[in-house]
Ligand binder design. Structure first.
Ligand code: ADP
Ligand code: MG
Length: 326
């Protein structure tokens, strides 16, 4: 090969960038290179499977760095596995590329690979095609039989918790797209929360022992909370004043707009979970909220529907956060 101008064959591309991209795992009996992968699922475990696609210009701005695209393509799937209370193990990567740009591929594989290795995820196979930039990751993991968390186990009276500080990624995307001007002290942090989200994998696995229902927040906290409540056959109340917002988001938007964004923005990849009030003291003892970074923001209740209250009064609330930057 004599540099980037030379066309890279599909075989060379896969070997160079993806054969050793993820973690090395003993339970990959056969990985990249054959017609399909062979994976050993541990006895007593259920296989957990999820897939998510990122389309350039739809799920991320075309300006996003390649390392961020690689990171996010895996992170959004790790977040789904975390929400099931499961442990991730194996990924498949279907990559559609407009061209074999070696600088881009190096960065993409670095972003994907470092997150994969951090969570001990092996890249066991995939597919590579030419076309408009689109990344599909399938992620497989496992969970002890019958122990997975779902959206459906919540009951009226359960306490509703969320991890992290929702809204940051939504503000970061708006900054990335030039729709929001944040102060220099806040902008880099917010941008990074969009470009490099933190899937709460360790928290999800630990929540298996405490949560009755769990969902990952990808499409906006209020809407995703309503999905959990509906699946559980209950309603919910969120306490506006309890929504955790980061100092940079407060600095960029002020307290009211920051909390509105926390409710409506997407791309957070935090966990929202419901806990039996009788188990809450044990949860907070075993997983200290300051250390595990979560907070109670509301309750599930018998009356259907999702309401947000402030000082006991129901707030009128639009589900669309984008208008804030129009
Ligand atoms: P086939 O034509 O049999 O599907 P491919 O040439 O598509 O074979 O793939 C060859 C091998 O490389 C397979 O093991 C496949 O899983 C793997 N592979 C292809 N693309 C990727 C990718 N982007 N990331 C990881 N593995 C890949
Ligand atoms: Mg193929």
């Amino acid at each position: 090969m004599h540099g980037a101008s030379m066309a890279l064959s599909e075989f060379e591309l896969i070997t160079r960038y993806f054969r050793t991209c993820g973690a090395q795992r003993r339970d990959v009996a056969l990985g990249v290179g054959d017609d399909a992968a062979l994976l050993e699922c541990p006895p007593g475990m259920q296989l957990v499977a999820t897939t998510d696609t990122l389309v350039a210009g739809v799920h991320f701005p075309t300006s996003a760095p390649a390392a961020s695209i690689g990171h996010r393509a895996l992170a959004v799937n790790l977040s789904d596995i975390a929400a099931m209370g499961a442990r991730p193990a194996w990924a498949l990567l279907a990559l559609t590329l407009p061209a074999a740009d070696e600088a881009w591929l190096t960065e993409f594989a670095a972003g994907f690979g470092s997150l994969a290795r951090a969570h001990e995820v092996a890249l066991a196979g995939g597919d590579t095609t030419r076309g408009p930039l689109t990344i599909t990751v399938q992620l497989l993991g496992h969970v002890p039989h019958g122990r997975a968390l779902t959206r459906a186990g919540g009951r009226a009276g359960d306490l509703l918790f969320v991890s992290g500080s929702p809204g940051d990624a939504g503000a970061g995307l708006a900054i990335e797209q030039g729709r929001l001007a944040a102060p220099p002290a806040a902008a880099p942090y917010l941008r990074e929360r969009f470009l490099l989200p933190t899937p709460r994998v360790a928290l999800g696995e630990r929540l298996r022992d405490y949560a009755r229902a769990c969902i990952d927040v990808s499409d906006g906290l209020l809407g995703d909370a309503a999905k959990l409540a509906a699946a559980s056959g209950v309603g919910l109340e969120i306490f506006f004043g309890e929504l955790p917002v980061s100092a940079p988001l407060l600095q960029a938007l002020g307290p009211d707009a920051a909390r509105e964004l926390a409710l409506t923005a997407g791309d957070d990849y935090e966990l929202l979970f419901a806990v039996d009030p009788a188990r809450a003291a044990e949860l907070e003892r075993e997983l200290p909220p300051a250390q595990w970074n979560y907070r109670q923001i509301g309750v599930l209740r018998a009356a259907p529907g999702a309401v947000v209250t402030r000082d006991g009064t129901v707030m009128e609330f639009s589900h669309s956060g984008y208008q804030h930057f129009a």
